[in-house]
Design a protein around this ligand. Sequence first.
Ligand SMILES: [Mg+2]
Length: 409
Amino acid sequence: MLRTILHVDMDAFFAAVEERETPALRERPVVVGADPKGGRGRGVVATANYEARRYGIGSAMPISEAYRRCPGAAYVRPRGKLYREVSRRIFAILRSCTDLVEPLSIDEAFLDVTASRRLLGDGPAIARSLKERIRESESLTASVGVATSKFVAKLASDLEKPDGLVIVPAGGERETIAPLDVRRLWGAGPRTLARLERLGVATIGDVAALGREALVREFGEALGGRFHELSRGIDARPVCPDRARKSLGKEFTFDRDVADRGQVERTLLRLCEEVGAALRREKLAGHTVTVKLRWEGFETVTRQAAQARPVDTTEHIWPPARDLLRAADQPARRVRLVGVTVSGFGAASGRQLSLFEGGERTPGSRVADAIDTLAERFGKRAVTRAALLPDVRREASHSAGHGRPEAES
Ligand SMILES: [Mg+2]
């Protein structure tokens, strides 16, 4: 039986929520992100509304660049808590029409509605009803793609943004995605894209035209075969509600490029604490710790390390993160940004499982839970890890106020 997959993506989500909350922002270019500080600001754009996008402003752009392009825009600091609340209500609407909801981010999800069709109507009918309910209850617009696979649904939702509804009928997949930029092909990183370019490929249709044999010759059986299928709109991957979140990370841009390694490490420690707390809040633990380091001048490196056991506490995130930082570091260069991410929440990864099975929990979790409770009651500063981290304790609270938080990954 052909599946019916929806990809639902809120339009300029953070900016749309801000416009809703503050009517004076409507019809103006709105940039949610770091403080531009008259063009000297650091950090990046989280979301730009459609008016701001006309100036070429987009997510992840340095905020100073956004300011240069449109100094008259409204620059708004992100309000994560508010966006999460709105997101929770939107996901409740999505889950009301199927259990198979796979969140991709705070404002984006796949839905497999195949089994809901008999009760709720066909894919387009379900998509229209979801858009309507989101508009009625939240005064926000979503764009939806309806297709027979995740890949095609995801591409479709983007075709008529904002407030789009694009239905790709079974059999029409290949034709619909053929004109799209090859960069939209899943699994194609910068190096792969360069190789595809050398083969004269510009669009997904060009990939399909290469044929399976040529793709396998160039990229091997697994990747080449996969490109062949995707380029023709074939993607059998299921919608996986359990593997919803693939990573959880935080990063921080310094107000000024920082030479002092102590300051960089203290900031990284604080980020480890925040990531640990967020993981425990979401009842997740992961096998991979990744550190991101951005030098002055914006060059960025990431380094990761696999952990023998899933981690969700500072005690287990910080030591590998610190080691990765030290190994990747080039002491002569100043640091612009540091970040840490935990990923690899496999089915066997600890805490989610153990909570349900009553089994063993990750080491340190109970202590961490107690610290979370204390932190909630008395504020973060009341809680230190003096015994564990004597070298950073003294100045940990200083580093917290600098710069601006950036988007969660
Ligand atoms: Mg979106």
